[in-house]
Design a protein around this ligand. Structure first.
Ligand code: PEP
Ligand code: MG
Length: 481
C-alpha cells in the first residue's frame, strides 16, 4: 500500500520532472514522507522503516541489483536481525540457519513460531544484540539465553545442555502417554508439507495445527481450489494416515494476507480477522473447504478442520454448517478468545473437537500484544490466569475432545499441567516433541493434576513454575527452561 501511494508517485514524478535521476528522486520523495511520518509520532512514525524498505526494494529494481533481504549464507550461521517478517522467516533454510536472534518480537510472535516449525532455535526480544555486533553467538532457544562473544567454556556449557536435552528427548518413543499409561497424543504444529515431513521424522502422532495462512504469506492473488487441493494433498500424504488438524485461513493482524485484506483498521488484532474475515469473504472459505475435501478424498486421511478466532456459539455453528456442506465430517473450533473459553459448552455444542490456542488466548486475556517483546512477562505461559481459563474451557467442553496447540505446551512441564487440566492432545513445535513426550512419560496423571492445582493456587508465574518444579522429575525440571 505504501508503494502504491499516489502521493509518493506524484512526489517522485515532480522530482524527475525537475531533472533528478530516478533513484535520487525516489530517495528524496521517500525521505520527505519519512520526515512527515516522524513528526506524527507513534505508530505512524514506525512506518518509516516500511517506507525505507519500499525505497530499497524499488531502488534495487531500478538499478538491476538483488533486492535487500536476508543475505545469502555461505556457511551455517546464526542470523541476527532487528526483526524478521513471517515471509522472510518462512524462507530460512534450517541447514544454514543454526539459530536466530531478533531484537524485537515476543515468544509467541509469528517469527518465533515459524522458526520453531522449522526447528531453528530462536531467541526474540534480545534488545541491544545488534549494536554489540558480536563475532560469535551462543544461544539456547529453550531458555532464551543468548551469549554474545562467549568464551569457549560458556559456549560449551550451552552445547552440553542441548546434548542432555537431546538424550532425554530420546528416552521416550512411540505414542505419548503419562507414566501410568494415560494416553496423550503428541502432535506437531506445521506450516506445510516440508514441516509435516520433519514432524513425522520426529515421531509425532500427527499434526495438531496446520496454519494454512502461512502457506500463502507471499501471495498476491488468492490460491485456486486446484492449487490448494494439491498443497493439502501433499501435507496429508506426508502425514501418511496420522491425525491431521487443519485450520482454515487465519488472516489479519500479525498474519496479513494480500488477497484477504480486511482494509485499514485502527486495531487489527481486535478487528476483522480469522473467522470474522471469512464470514465477510465466504468465497475464500468455500474454496478452501472444497480443496480440503478433495485432498481428503485423494488420501483417505483422518482430516479435522477448525476455524480460528471463534468468539461465539453462532460463529461456531456457522462454520460447522459450512464444513458439513463441503462434505467434511470433522469440524471444530479454536478456543483462543476468552469469551469462547468461558462459554465453551455452548460454543462447542455442535463441534466434533476443539483446540485451545494459548497464544491468542493469553494476548486477549492480558490485553497484551503478542508481538510486543516488552510485554512478554504478561504473556508468560505460566500465568495462573491463563490456566484458570484453560481449565474452565476444558470443563465446559464436556465430552468434546480438546487439545492445546499454543506455544505454552512446548514447555514440557506445562504439557504436564495441560494433561492435568484434562486435554487429550498437545501440539507443539517439532523441536519440542521429544522433550514433551519424555516429560509426559515421567509423570503420572495424578501428579499432572497436582501440577495444575499448583499453578492455579500460585500468585505469579514465577511461583507457579517453582511449585510445579517441586512436583516434577528433577531432570525434566532442570532442562525444561
Ligand atoms: C494460538 O493462538 O495459540 C494459535 C495456536 O494460533 P496462532 O499462533 O497461529 O495464532
Ligand atoms: Mg491464534
Amino acid at each position: 500500500m505504501l508503494a502504491r501511494d499516489p502521493g509518493l508517485a506524484d512526489a517522485v514524478a515532480a522530482r524527475t520532472a525537475d531533472g533528478e535521476g530516478p533513484v535520487d528522486a525516489l530517495h528524496g520523495a521517500v525521505e520527505h514522507w519519512c520526515e512527515r511520518l516522524a513528526a506524527l509520532g507513534g505508530t505512524l512514525a514506525e512506518r518509516q522503516t516500511d517506507l525505507r524498505d519500499v525505497f530499497q526494494r524499488a531502488a534495487a529494481r531500478l538499478l538491476g541489483v538483488a533486492p535487500p533481504g536476508i543475505p545469502p549464507l555461505a556457511e551455517p550461521s546464526v542470523l541476527l536481525a532487528d526483526d524478521l517478517a513471517p515471509a522472510d522467516t518462512a524462507g530460512l533454510d534450517p541447514a544454514l540457519v543454526l539459530g536466530l536472534v531478533t531484537e524485537r518480537g515476543g515468544p509467541t510472535s509469528h517469527t518465533a513460531i515459524i522458526a520453531g516449525q522449522l526447528g531453528i532455535p530462536a531467541v526474540v526480544g534480545a534488545a541491544g544484540a545488534l549494536a554489540a555486533s558480536p563475532a560469535r553467538i551462543a544461544l539456547d532457544g529453550t531458555t532464551g539465553e543468548t551469549l554474545l562473544d562467549p568464551d569457549d567454556d560458556a559456549a560449551a556449557e550451552l552445547v552440553r545442555r542441548a546434548e542432555r536435552r537431546r538424550a532425554l528427548a530420546g528416552t521416550a518413543q512411540g505414542p505419548g502417554s503419562t507414566r501410568d499409561g494415560h494416553r496423550v497424543a503428541v502432535l506437531a504444529n506445521i506450516g506445510g508439507a516440508d514441516d509435516a515431513r520433519r514432524a513425522v521424522a520426529a515421531g509425532v502422532e500427527g499434526a495438531g495445527l496446520l496454519r494454512t495462512e502461512l502457506c500463502f504469506v507471499d501471495r498476491v492473488a488468492a490460491p485456486t481450489v486446484d492449487e490448494q487441493a494439491e498443497l493439502y494433498r501433499r501435507v496429508l500424504a506426508e502425514l501418511d494416515g496420522r491425525t491431521a488438524v487443519v485450520r482454515v485461513l487465519d488472516a489479519g493482524a500479525d498474519k496479513p494476507l494480500a488477497f484477504a485484506d480486511p482494509g485499514p483498521q485502527e486495531n487489527p488484532a481486535l478487528g476483522v480477522r480469522g473467522v470474522r474475515l471469512l464470514r465477510e469473504r465466504p468465497e475464500l472459505l468455500e474454496a478452501q473447504l472444497a480443496a480440503l475435501a478433495r485432498a481428503r478424498a485423494a488420501t483417505g486421511a483422518e482430516l479435522r478442520v477448525m476455524a480460528p478466532m471463534v468468539a461465539t456459539a453462532e460463529e461456531a455453528e456457522w462454520f460447522v454448517a459450512r464444513c458439513r456442506a463441503a462434505g467434511l465430517p470433522s469440524a471444530g473450533a479454536m478456543i483462543e478468545v476468552p469469551a469462547a473459553a468461558l462459554r465453551a459448552a455452548e460454543v462447542l455444542a455442535g463441534c466434533d473437537f476443539a483446540s485451545i490456542g494459548t497464544n491468542d488466548l493469553a494476548q486477549y486475556l492480558f490485553a497484551a500484544d503478542r508481538a510486543e517483546g516488552r510485554l512478554a512477562p504478561l504473556l508468560d505461559g505460566w500465568q495462573p490466569a491463563l490456566w484458570q481459563l484453560v481449565d474452565a474451557a476444558v470443563r465446559g467442553a464436556g465430552d468434546v475432545p480438546v487439545g492445546i496447540c499454543g506455544e505454552a505446551v512446548g514447555d514440557p512441564l506445562l504439557a504436564c499441567v495441560a494433561v492435568g487440566a484434562g486435554v487429550g492432545s498437545v501440539s507443539v513445535s517439532v523441536g519440542r516433541v521429544g522433550l514433551v513426550r519424555a516429560a509426559l512419560a515421567r509423570h503420572d496423571l495424578a501428579t499432572c493434576r497436582r501440577m495444575l492445582a499448583a499453578v492455579l493456587g500460585a500468585s505469579s508465574p514465577e511461583r507457579a513454575r517453582e511449585a510445579v518444579g517441586e512436583l516434577a522429575d528433577p531432570e525434566i525440571a532442570a532442562l525444561a527452561g
